[in-house]
Design a protein around this ligand. Structure first.
Ligand SMILES: Cc1cc2nc3c(=O)[nH]c(=O)nc-3n(C[C@H](O)[C@H](O)[C@H](O)COP(=O)(O)OP(=O)(O)OC[C@H]3O[C@@H](n4cnc5c(N)ncnc54)[C@H](O)[C@@H]3O)c2cc1C
Length: 309
């Protein structure tokens, strides 16, 4: 099937990325898998490769694009090689949209150059031990100091992807109580420096999958967050989350597609190599039926996407 969404630039990027993965990731991925995370230094290499700056405006050190296509290629190529880039996915896919949407020019100047180089890795902390889907129920608080110079952050978060290595975390916290009409009112977003006093990383959580992604618990005890690090307007955080969560869903959906494609490819390779009863497994009719069914489902998905641009 001829694909129509990618142009020559995308394909050149794919080639570069494929070579990078072969050289820098495949040889060490088993070690990352066993360690339960990719090493922090690896993210500098992704920065050097230009992966973090694709969708960042040029004036802040990026390539100035507005497209998920390069991320789509990243999903396809990591899946094809059976590897992942650790917890770095949240840096671009989840955190960047908030910075672009909410940060002032002054904040962008402070945040984005280090974001692009990988010097500062970002994560986002919404979920709490007692609150997941029902985010309006979050208990973490940020109280403005009397002199108005900073907020004092207290609370705990869990399941935070990239939480072990993160240098900056977008923390969602209550700055006001919910109103009778709107439970979602009163949440604000902060760009919190993970080196702040009172900020600590708890357990790195063991998971069934996503083994190289560092998923952590975080705790905040009287963490001082300068008012300059509030993202967007106070108390409007829930609406910002609502606006940005769809891009995360896009990533999950495309990642699932890319892995399905890779799974069919790996299975095909295996049945062609493996011999039983004197012939390759691929020669048995049922194997052909099953693989064809899987690949048709996969092709159906991408056809729908490509035809509905
Ligand atoms: C690998 C991984 C990475 C993650 N990374 C991050 C991250 O980077 N940052 C972050 O903030 N969070 C992260 N999360 C947390 C994730 O967003 C939450 O797990 C999710 O919001 C669900 O919350 P919960 O696990 O507390 O489940 P709950 O909300 O407590 O739900 C429990 C069960 O109730 C069901 N349920 C919920 N609502 C309804 C309903 N209305 N009707 C019927 N059933 C319902 C759910 O399907 C689930 O089965 C991550 C989670 C995982 C597993």
């Amino acid at each position: 099937m001829r694909r129509t969404v990618f142009n020559e630039d995308h394909e050149a990027f794919r080639e570069t990325l494929r070579a990078f993965i072969e050289a820098e990731v495949v040889p060490v991925h088993d070690e990352w898998f066993a360690a339960g995370q990719a090493p922090r230094e690896f993210y500098y290499k992704l920065g050097e490769l230009g992966l973090f700056g694709i969708n960042v405006p040029e004036e802040f050190g990026g390539a100035g694009m507005e497209s998920h296509k390069f991320e789509a290629i990243q999903y396809e190529e990591t899946s094809r090689a059976g590897v992942s880039f650790g917890g770095s996915g949240v840096h671009v896919l989840l955190a960047l949209p908030y910075i672009k949407m909410l940060a002032t020019d002054e904040q962008k100047k402070r945040f984005l150059p280090k974001f692009v180089s990988g010097e500062e890795m970002w994560a986002i902390a919404m979920t709490e031990p007692g609150t997941g889907s029902d985010l309006a129920g979050m208990k973490t608080t940020a109280k403005l100091s009397e002199d108005g110079t900073h907020y004092v952050l207290n609370g705990a978060k869990t399941f935070i992807t990239g939480g072990v290595h993160a240098d900056k975390v977008i923390v969602c916290a209550r700055t006001a109580a919910p109103t009778a009409e709107d439970r979602r009112h009163g949440i604000s977003l902060f760009a919190v420096d993970t080196k702040s006093e009172g900020y600590s990383v708890g357990r790195k959580l063991d998971k069934l999958g996503l083994k190289t992604s560092d998923t952590a618990e975080l705790a905040f005890v009287d963490v001082k967050v300068p008012v300059e690090d509030l993202l967007g307007e106070e108390n409007k955080g829930f609406y910002y989350l609502g606006a940005n969560l769809p891009s995360e869903r896009w990533g999950i959906a495309f990642g699932a597609y890319a892995q399905a494609k890779a799974a069919v490819r790996f299975a095909k390779q295996y049945v062609q190599e493996r011999t039983v009863f004197g012939k390759p497994v691929a020669h048995f009719q049922n194997t052909k039926f099953e693989l064809a069914a899987c690949d048709s489902a996969r092709r159906g998905v991408i056809r729908t996407v490509e035809e509905d641009q």
